[in-house]
Design a protein around this ligand. Structure first.
Ligand code: NAP
Length: 251
């Protein structure tokens, strides 16, 4: 398949598509011939940058400012995307935040905010784009979970709960939508070099270096490659799966 554009003519919606892993997924999809709708919440410049890079690759690209956790904003945004792109084949639910604290110190807001963006945001976009994706001949939904959702992680009760929840959501959507030829899979990244991990204390980064069998953090492109694979025809018989991209952290 080298040289082929695996997603040629498809349209991909990537939430949190402006930075980090989502940016890499957006640009990977564009490089593979997909039109891309970038959903972001605050950083206009980052979204415009990704949009322009995608357009330079010869595809249609548009950026949409939307808080994925807001049901009505998500509905409006999904309606705009469906109208402007005419079709949606691929949805990558990637938008996410972390508010790490030990449970004893975690506030109700810390908990609710993370569940609302990381879990409810995915529900909102699946719900509002499902009619459009059903019309695709090979619909794909990919949810970006985390190894924290598989292993649990001290300091991440909110985040791990949301990421485990995404796995339950993924498996349920896989079953509900299989009859419509839509696959739904999750990716569980380990430690990936992005803004989200840039602020981690050096002790945590050092620990990651020793705990990860491949002895390094991953790159956004390494996660994006898994997303492009799952979005492509190569993954037509894979659904309800959780693909770890973690350098062996959770073996
Ligand atoms: P990041 O660099 O912090 O980027 C987060 C992206 O999500 C940005 O584009 C941001 O847009 C967007 N976003 C945040 N809140 C949003 C909201 N309410 N509505 C819409 N968009 C929102 O994060 P990342 O490290 O790339 O992580 C991406 C995903 O991978 C997350 O779900 C994260 O939990 C997961 N993950 C990351 C790692 C890691 O090690 N980095 C590991 C496992 C899983 P704005 O800038 O406009 O707010």
């Amino acid at each position: 398949m080298k040289g082929d554009k695996m997603l040629k003519g498809k349209t991909a919606v990537v939430t949190g598509g402006s930075r980090g892993i989502g940016r890499a997924v957006t640009l990977g999809a564009a490089k593979n011939g997909a039109n891309v709708a970038i959903v972001y919440s605050g950083d206009d410049a980052a979204a415009a940058d990704v949009k322009n890079l995608a357009i330079e690759m010869g595809v249609k690209a548009e950026a949409y400012k939307c808080n994925v956790s807001d049901f009505e904003q998500a509905r409006e945004t999904c309606n705009r995307i469906t109208t402007e792109f005419k079709a949606v084949d691929i949805l990558v639910n990637n938008a996410g935040i972390a508010r790490d604290k030990l449970l004893m110190m975690m506030s109700e807001t810390d908990f609710d905010d993370v569940i609302d963006v990381n879990l409810k945001g995915a529900f909102n976009f699946i719900k509002h784009l499902s009619r459009a994706i059903i019309k695709s001949s090979a619909g794909r939904i990919i949810n970006i979970s985390s190894v924290s959702g598989l292993m649990g992680n001290a300091g991440q009760a909110n985040y791990a709960a949301a990421k485990s929840g995404l796995i339950g959501l993924t498996k349920t959507v896989a079953k509900e939508f299989a009859g419509k030829k839509i696959t739904c899979n999750a990716i569980a990244p380990g430690f990936i070099e992005t803004d989200m991990t840039a602020g981690l204390p050096q002790s945590v980064r050092d620990h990651a270096g020793t705990a990860i069998p491949l002895k390094r953090m991953g790159t956004p492109d390494e996660v994006a490659n898994a997303a492009i694979f799952l979005a492509s025809d190569l993954a037509s018989y894979i659904t309800g799966e959780v693909l770890k991209v973690d350098g062996g952290l959770y073996i």
